[in-house]
Design a protein around this ligand. Structure first.
Ligand code: NDP
Length: 335
């Protein structure tokens, strides 16, 4: 059996994680039992939720135990199989974790069709970010033509897909992103109607100017002071789809909440959701986003880092906004 390189959680971070919170390890992969498969990781997805599972807190996803392999979605190729459902050479998507190989029940892997889109797309628009964007915007936000949709972290993996879906649904789409390069990309490449830099000193004024008719749907990925600025611009009967609150993931003290009188006054419908409770909608999301990708109506961008060893630094970089596009680690060449 092949040698496995792994990255384990060594220590629980306080605030922003650092390299010393992770530990590199090497082990021989175990022999397969009946019903199991050995999968070689080709790409590992790095996602903001991973910050949460490094803590030992009550959450919707269980924490990683100290000494355990960091969890994460991967796309990989089946190397050996003792299950009727998987054959060597099949490309699969699943929770392989931060490691070069994984051994586990074949039933935990979903086969992917590399004819529909290349491997990295299955961690981006056709993976967790795309499912989240589609379910959150289309099923929970219910966009209607002419409405104004604001998407925060607009240049990111979820935000790019959510904003483009809103544009295709006939909405005026305003992105919020950090820095002029990301804002330019969101408008020039992705076709958002405007994008506002939340790091600029005139952010409040620029956002208000970009939404002259107010906001009908806020697809919220950030929270914190970005949400504080959005909040008073929400229209009556508007929808606030809370996808994530990345600005708050490294905070060590509670942050002040939004002004809830606006919620009461304008009967705003806030809807939190977790993609794992909408599994039945995923095939439709994959079909819809896959078609739009194939037709060139949705563009995406990948930020690929080579080598498992770089995963911790890349992950920490993402928490500091240094990724540009769907961040992933390439462990080996596929396809
Ligand atoms: P991104 O590709 O958007 O990468 C993260 C980005 O967040 C960074 O590039 C940075 O962009 C931005 N960011 C980081 N810190 C801050 C901050 N303090 N204030 C404002 N922006 C910040 O990641 P994803 O698209 O994968 O995830 C986006 C959101 O979606 C996250 O909140 C995540 O938790 C959530 N999510 C929710 C799911 C669900 O089931 N509800 C499933 C998957 C993701 P910038 O340079 O613009 O600051």
């Amino acid at each position: 059996m092949p040698k496995n390189q792994m990255i384990l959680l060594k220590r629980r971070p306080t605030g922003m994680p650092c390299d010393e919170d992770f530990e590199r390890s090497e082990q021989t992969t175990p022999e397969l039992s009946e019903g199991e498969a050995l999968v070689k990781t080709l790409y590992l997805s790095l996602d903001p939720y991973m910050r949460g599972i490094m803590d030992q807190k009550e959450s919707y996803i269980p924490s990683v135990n100290l000494g355990e392999v960091m969890r994460g979605h991967v796309v990989g190729v089946v190397v050996q199989s003792r299950a009727a459902t998987l054959d060597p050479g099949d490309h699969v998507h699943g929770m392989g974790g931060w490691q070069a190989y994984s051994v586990g029940p074949a039933s935990t892997w979903r086969k992917i069709d590399t004819m529909l889109a290349p491997l990295p797309a299955w961690l981006g628009p056709l993976g967790l970010p795309g499912w989240t964007a589609h379910v959150g915007l289309m099923d929970l936000g219910s966009p209607k033509p002419g409405e104004t949709v604001v998407v925060s972290s607009a240049a990111g993996a979820v935000g790019t897909v959510a904003g483009q879906l809103a544009r295709i649904a006939g909405c005026r789409v305003v992105g919020i992103a950090g820095g002029s390069d990301k804002c330019r990309y969101v408008v020039d490449e992705l076709g958002f109607h405007a994008c506002v830099d939340y790091k600029a000193p005139d952010f409040d004024r620029a956002l208000a100017a970009a939404v002259p008719s107010g906001i009908d749907i806020n697809f919220e990925n950030v929270g914190g002071s970005v949400l504080d600025t959005i909040w008073p611009l929400m229209n009556r009967h508007s929808r606030l789809v809370v996808s994530g609150l990345i600005a708050q993931y490294n905070q060590t003290a509670p942050c002040p909440g939004p002004d809830l009188t606006v919620l009461l006054r304008n009967r705003i419908n806030i809807r939190g959701f977790i993609i794992s409770e909408h599994l039945a909608q995923i095939p439709n999301a994959v079909q819809q986003v896959g078609r739009l990708l194939r037709d060139g109506q949705i563009k995406t961008r990948e930020d690929i880092v080579d080598g498992l060893d770089k995963a911790p630094a890349a992950f920490i970089g993402m928490l500091n906004g240094r990724n540009f596009g769907k961040l992933m680690v390439r462990l080996a060449e596929g396809q």
